[in-house]
Design a protein around this ligand. Sequence first.
Ligand SMILES: [Zn+2]
Length: 200
Amino acid sequence: MKKFPLFLFSGLILFCFLSSTDAGAFEASKTDSGKLIKWAFPQETYRINASGGPSGSIKAIRRSAATWTNVTGSSFIFIYGGKTTSTAYGINDGENLMNFGKLPLGTLAENYNWYNPITGRVYDSDIKFNTRYKWATTGVAGYYDVQNIATHEMGHSLSLADLYGPGDTAKTMYGYSSESEIKKRSLTRDDINGIKYLYP
Ligand SMILES: [Zn+2]
């Protein structure tokens, strides 16, 4: 399986897809040779360790997964693989983990994909929510919303990149968030076009 070295996906090479209505509608990540970075099969089984997160975190993350899975016209499905006690992050261990722990200040959460730099095939994807910030599952003031951020980070797992344009602020893949924000829970047409492009 490890015929080629696997590198950390850090959004180095971006492919900008231009729709007919909006420049920079979404961005999918590519290898140096121009291959799309994506899962070989349109599915990802993930496990959750909610330790350190607010109550309701598992349900919130599962709602995020369902939001992407339920897109009409996309074959991609997230499959809930159950709870785990693993706190691993960014390790190519064959488990796609979502857990809570410390990351550097300035990062709310992070997605870490391992992929084959030749083929672009993704092997492993982990998401960590930064416990240096306060989390809730209700959108309440003063806390960051788990479902809001999980939906965004799962977009990275799919290979969609952050967007920072003035026309991108409503999108799930907009690269900034704020306390009590919940607009990323639901996908905009450009987010939907992104997953449909990657996994028709
Ligand atoms: Zn992001």
